[in-house]
Design a protein around this ligand. Structure first.
Ligand code: UD1
Length: 384
């Protein structure tokens, strides 16, 4: 135990025993980090020169938002848990900064790897950077060019703090170069989420999840919504619910509710109406295996998530993204993903169902081997 709030689950580390390889922190905090951290951790653990340490900030803390993923991916328990929980952005980011700094002072690693665009990403990058610990950003260079999104601010700041930037696709490299980041720091490693999808595919295909759902229509859509811009404003949420109700006349809707969305629907008093609709199937957040099984077999996905736009692109499932912009433009140019507003949702759905998806080419480095490229890059970086 470092102090009363940081939990150490690894006895060897608690006693500050000397390790064989270079200590590398891999930081996770919220659900979308887990499927990116898992393949990287595995590849680092297999490399004799590295000793990866899993640090969980605890931004997401419910079993179904965090623990189930670590379990399904075989990540093991986090070595350190910062247990920050929920709060306003300032509160949450501040707590992570403070607690991660304390951890770094006691157990300084050779590098800190931060992932994606959540509050934990920016807070841990800042703490490490100020202590002159090299920061590596996995999934660098994404830009929605929409500064009203908290994630966009997290991306911009993290990319400017990072010493090594691992991008998933060419647009990421271009964004970083445009913002003045030195070319020598940018390495295109590919999309690490696809590593997880490739390795978990047999388990996903074997899931019996859909046997437990009584589908009324011929087709169904998987829905996920949690962005503040969609669910926090009652007027927008009301329109969205009306549109989804209209969709449910033609297709079933399978909707694993994010805790934020559940609370907002309850606060505008429309939960019972959704529960009473036999074509709308509300459920709690799903684990990776059942969720991806639903996505894989769905006729369409309606979402405001970032990662799901990429997963549907790889799987070839039509996706409608309820946002005015995306930091993942490659999913649009591939023709699998389309942006929509609540008001254009129905017309896009009709078009997609009529036209289907265009032929697509494989995207470079979305091949299940990204973690290997990350490890090679880290080795070159630390022993250069
Ligand atoms: C966070 C990330 C977002 C990511 C999303 C995936 C930031 C700024 N946002 O948004 O980038 O796409 O995770 O889910 O870092 N809650 C629970 N249980 C939990 C976690 C949260 O009940 O395990 C509740 C919180 O109390 C809060 C709500 O869910 O009321 C939303 O959590 P919050 O931390 O605000 O961010 P997310 O919307 O999940």
């Amino acid at each position: 135990m470092i102090n009363a709030i940081i939990l150490c689950n690894n006895d060897m580390l608690c006693q500050s025993a000397r390790s064989m390889g270079k200590l590398i922190h891999v930081v996770v905090g919220a659900r979308p980090n887990q499927m990116k951290a898992a393949p990287l951790l595995k590849a680092l653990r297999q490399h004799e020169k590295f000793e990866p340490i899993l640090v969980d900030t605890g931004q997401h803390y419910d079993h179904e938002m965090a623990g189930i993923f670590m379990q399904q991916f075989g990540m093991g328990k986090p070595d350190f848990s910062l247990q920050v929980g929920s709060g306003t952005h300032g509160e949450q980011t501040g707590k992570i900064l403070q607690r991660y700094e304390a951890l770094l002072l006691e157990h300084p690693p050779s590098a800190t790897i931060v992932i994606g665009d959540i509050n934990s990403t920016v807070a841990c990058a800042l703490a490490a950077s100020k202590l002159q610990i090299p920061v590596v950003h996995l999934e660098a260079g994404l830009r929605s060019n929409d500064r009203s999104m908290p994630e966009e601010l997290n991306r911009i700041v993290t990319d400017h703090l990072a010493d090594l930037l691992w991008t998933p696709s060419a647009d990421g490299d271009e964004n970083l170069l445009k913002s003045g980041i030195d070319k020598s720091k940018i390495i295109r490693v590919g999309n690490i989420m696809i590593d997880t999808l490739v390795s978990m595919k047999p388990a996903v295909e074997a899931s019996t999840f859909l046997q437990g759902v009584k589908i009324h229509h011929q087709e169904f859509a998987m829905v996920t919504l949690h962005r503040p811009s969609n669910v926090d404003v009652p007027e927008t949420l009301n329109i969205l619910l009306d549109e989804l109700k209209a969709v449910s006349l033609e297709m079933d809707i399978l909707w694993p509710l994010h805790p934020r969305t559940k609370a907002r629907i309850q606060s505008i008093g429309r939960m019972d109406e959704l529960i009473d609709n036999p074509a709308i199937h509300l459920m709690g957040p799903l684990g990776y295996i059942d969720f991806m099984n639903g996505i894989m077999h769905s006729n369409c996905v309606i979402t405001d998530s970032g990662g799901i736009q990429e997963e549907t692109t790889w799987l070839g499932v039509p996706c409608i993204t309820l946002r005015p912009n995306t930091e993942r433009p490659i999913t649009i140019s591939q023709g699998t993903n389309v942006l929509a507003s609540p008001k254009t949702l129905q017309s896009e759905l009709i078009r997609l169902r009529k036209e289907g998806l265009p032929d697509r080419e494989e995207i470079e480095y979305w091949d299940g081997k990204t973690a290997q490229r990350c490890v090679q890059s880290l080795e070159q970086f630390l022993w250069r």
